[in-house]
Ligand binder design. Sequence first.
Ligand SMILES: [Zn+2]
Length: 237
Amino acid sequence: MEGFTIMSRTDAENHKTQHIGWLRAAVLGANDGIVSTSSLIMGVAASSASRASILIAGAAGLVAGAMSMAAGEYVSVSSQADTERADMARERLELETDPEREISELTEIYVRRGLDAGLARQVALQLMEKDALEAHARDELGISELSNARPLQAAITSALSFVAGAGLPLLVAWLSPDRHLVLVVGITSLIFLVALGALAAYTGGAGIFRGVVRVTFWGVLAMAITAGVGMMFGAPA
Ligand SMILES: [Zn+2]
C-alpha cells in the first residue's frame, strides 16, 4: 500500500541528504557571509556614508547574518531529525506488528532496483535477520547513520563560516582608502567568491569552472543591486 509513495519520497530524500553535511554548511555560510556583507558595505558606501557608518553597518551585518544562519540551520536540521525519528518509530512499530508485510515491502524495493524476485526475497530476509530496522531505515526510508542530523553542530558550523566569510570584505573595507572603497571591496570580494567556488567544486568533485561561474554570477548580481540601491537613496556626493 505504501510501497510506491514511500519509494518516490525516499529517492528525493536520499538525493538531498547526500548534500547535507558540514562541508555544504560551511561553504554556504562563507558564501553568504561574503556576498551579504560586501553587498551591504558597497550599498552603504555608495550612499556616500562616512567610513564609520560603513564599518558599523558591515559589523552589524556580520553579527545579524551569523545569528540568522545559526537559527535557520538549527531549525532546518532539527525538523529533519524529527522527521527521521518519526519515520523510524513508525517503521519499528510496523516491523513488530506486521513482519511479513515488511519482508515483502523490502523484497519489492530490491526487485525495483533490479534483483529477480527470489534473490530479492533472500536479500531482504538475510538483511532483516541481521538488523531489520537498519535494513528498512536504509533501503526504505533512506536514513543512514551518516545522515543522522546534529542541529547544534550544523548551527555552529554555519555561523562560524558566515563570520569567516563576512570578515573578509569587512577587513578589506577597514583597510582600503576611502575614495576607492566600493571598487576595492567589490573586486576583492569577487576574488574571494571565485576562490571559494573553486574550493567547493574541487572538494565536492564537481567541475571547477561551472562552480566558479555560478558563485560569481550571484555575487556580482547581489553587489550590483545593493550598490545601485545605495546610490539611488544616498545623498549626492
Ligand atoms: Zn518497512
